[in-house]
Write a protein that binds this ligand. Sequence first.
Ligand SMILES: *Cc1c(COP(=O)(O)O)cnc(C)c1O
Length: 423
Amino acid sequence: MIDEDIRALIELETKRQTDGLEMIPSENHTSPEVLNALGSRLTDKYSEGYPGMRYYGGCEFVDKVENLARDRAKALFGVDHANVQPYSGSPANMAVYYALVDPGDKIMGMALYFGGHMTHGLKVNFSGTYYNSVQYQTGKDGYLDYEEMAKQVEAEKPKLIFVGATAYPRIFDWQKLREIADLSNAWLIADTSHITGLIVAGAHPSPAGIADVITTTTHKTLRGPRGAIILCNGNPSNPLKKAERTKDNLPTLIDRAIIPGLQGGPHNHQTAAIAVALREAATPEFKEYGLQIVKNAKALAAHLNDKGYQLVTGGTDNHLLLIDLTNKKLKGAEAEQALSKAGITVNKNTVPFDPRPPFDPSGIRLGTPALTTRGLKEAEMDQVANWIDRAIAAKSDEAKLGAIHSEVTEFTKAFPLPGGVNG
Ligand SMILES: *Cc1c(COP(=O)(O)O)cnc(C)c1O
């Protein structure tokens, strides 16, 4: 039976992506091979447990799929252990807390307002409810304030520190963060969700061997399916023995936190698609891709700076730009809407020390991962900046915004989605 309703909606969404510019920095376009694995029979299979230790029969092939995904992840990031089962980034982070701290323990993360993620200790998130969360932030200049953070760690003595962001345009100094975490003997968790593709490409330093645990989504700059991976070093212990919370036991602690701690059956179709994405990420082409994302972001930042836009920290080292629109007399939500009507998808976002609330903030966040996947380079960033500027100037003028959208759609014909999927 063909489901006309859902087919029509999938087609409309594909057309929306094809005819516009996806500039939400946490999004990307996956390859046909990733989509093929995602839409496979592997989704039918139950396989609670880990390869070789399952609670179900018939796991001989899904075992091989998961082992391939784990081995590719270990090789790509240079670590001893990879768990590829987390359903997504938030459950991966939940598993890390569950593995390493107890309810009521003090934990630390970057405040949401300053670019952190909800799961890094936001008061209304589980991480700020079950744990005693203290938050660090950036300085007035938008850069993470390492000195202030060190003072906070010395005073608060957290047991675990999450570092990673959803809206931070600069490099993280992992060595410095390790020294800060060591001030209170805290576990250092690097949540590289946004920047993993850049790390693989060598466009951002890697926390491997410095942070105790790395968590990452697989669907952002890594360009895989929705999902997540947890990476660490150490030795898997005897499965029947109790594992103390030591560095050597990290693989066992993480694996047990995922199952039986938090999850049931792994999503085998997703695991297969992650394996595909990891193989793609190990190619020289992907290295080029990661470096190009940053070149494009820097070019876009330069053009927008020239047009009088206020970029948080004045620019970018990575894949994203955070723009404070206060001087453009437009709120983040209004800009998001205007750009959307012009065929450019971004999202409203708080800026550091934002006087406005998170659901109606002063800024927008935008990035280049998806555009770079479609083949846009520095030369095209001038054109993209012009459209952004015209749409923001047009505010709610529907005719002007519609005209920009037509130009954008015409332009995108030269830059098809991966595999040439065009609606
Ligand atoms: C995206 C993201 C997450 C959460 O991922 P979901 O898959 O949306 O649950 C966690 N941490 C950071 C830093 C992220 O960017």
